[in-house]
Design a protein around this ligand. Structure first.
Ligand code: NAP
Length: 341
């Protein structure tokens, strides 16, 4: 069975994913039973050099034409941001094509609309890579733990800020200095605003909270404070108390029954399991009365790790065609009634 894939975007993640799809096509087919063919790739700049080997006519700058091409079965969205990614994803779903995306901003912000569109045409939308990069946490939360009455989900979900805070704690660097170093090493964007303000972590916390508690928690409902105001003195004072400052995203059900979600710099005892999570690594705790405390940890970003999560999603949707969807974070159905696999 050959499944023809259209990829929107070929940057850090898209480039790594397409490279794997092209180079490992036979190995993927032998292991998974599905033959994934990269039929078209949409980019913004056709003149840019790409890391993968594909005939020139497979690249286009017309992303809508990829979505509407009847010769394409599945769409992978790795453009990022709300537009045009959102409209392209919706157009794909409306035309009955499953979508795999890594776009946390889009899923956190328009997840409900996207899930409803997928439901209408009976196709899947999968977004394992949207939280925790290469760490499998979305499917465990949405599927394996769907019978667990989750108490808390919390963790380090932004590698850039964790790199900066680690450098401040371990090397005594000032915030600006650690940020510049993160940019030099490619761990922070030229414009690091979304990371250091906590906005990126709020998108991810919103997705985790929605899945964990079976109700929509919008990103603007996540109380958010970034790390811009954390000083070298704060970090040194925490260290003198035997503590470590980390940017923690968390969600729990409050006494009034409402889900409380927040992102904030938090001082943790040095022996706390998250205190030792260094650099760009992510770590997410899920706690429930039956399973106790589960920890998911690993590379929270990077082309190859993120592409690995997307490839897993792609193989899933390709092998089940129009069969069951992953439970949605955003369909607003109470948790216990959404086990429609
Ligand atoms: N980078 C990571 O480690 C990571 C980890 C987890 C999740 N993600 C998510 O993955 C997504 C992609 O991130 P990225 O780091 O790969 O971004 P990126 O390197 O900036 O790549 C974006 C790609 O989209 C293309 N593009 C932009 N506008 C387009 C348009 N209108 N039509 C067609 N293509 C267009 C760009 O084309 P050109 O190449 O021609 O400019 C580029 O190839 C985002 O949602 C991000 O949040 C990233």
């Amino acid at each position: 069975m050959t499944v023809r894939v259209g990829v929107l975007g070929a940057g850090t993640v898209g480039g790594a994913l397409i490279t794997r799809l092209v180079a490992d096509r036979d190995a993927i087919r032998l292991k998974s039973g599905v033959d994934l063919e990269v039929r078209k790739v949409a980019v913004r700049d056709l003149g840019k050099e790409r890391p993968f080997n594909l005939p020139e006519d497979r690249l286009t700058d017309d992303s809508l034409a990829v979505v509407t091409d009847p010769a394409i079965d599945v769409i992978v969205e790795v453009i990022g941001g709300l537009e045009p990614a959102g409209d392209l994803v919706l157009a794909a779903l409306r035309s009955g094509k499953p979508v795999v995306t890594a776009n946390k901003e889009l899923i956190a912000t328009r997840g409900q609309e996207i899930t409803e569109a997928a439901k209408r045409t009976g196709v899947s939308v999968m977004y394992e890579a949207a939280v925790g990069g290469g760490i499998p946490v979305i499917r465990p939360l949405a599927e394996s733990l769907s019978g667990e009455d989750i108490d808390v989900v919390s963790g380090i979900v932004n590698g850039t800020t964790n790199y900066i805070l680690t450098a401040m704690a371990k090397e005594g660097r000032a915030y600006e200095d650690a940020l510049t170093e993160a940019q030099r090493l490619g761990y922070a964007e030229a414009d690091p605003g979304d990371d250091v303000s906590g906005r990126d972590a709020a998108f991810k916390t919103s997705i985790l909270a929605s899945l964990a508690f079976g109700e929509r928690v919008a990103p603007w409902e996540v109380e958010t404070e970034g790390i811009e105001n954390v000083t070298a003195e704060d970090v040194a004072a925490a260290s003198a108390r035997g503590e470590v400052i980390k940017l923690i995203g968390s969600a729990r059900r409050g006494v009034d029954g409402r889900v409380e979600a927040r992102v904030e710099p938090s001082s943790l005892p040095a022996d706390h399991p998250l205190a030792g999570v260094s650099g760009v690594t992510n770590a997410i705790f899920i706690e429930g009365p039956s399973v106790g405390r589960l920890l998911f940890t690993g590379p929270g970003a990077g082309g190859q790790a993120t592409a690995s999560a997307m490839l897993g999603d792609l193989i899933q949707v390709a092998s089940r065609g129009r069969a069951p969807r992953v439970r949605s974070a955003h369909d607003g159905t109470p948790r216990r009634q959404v086990l429609h696999r």
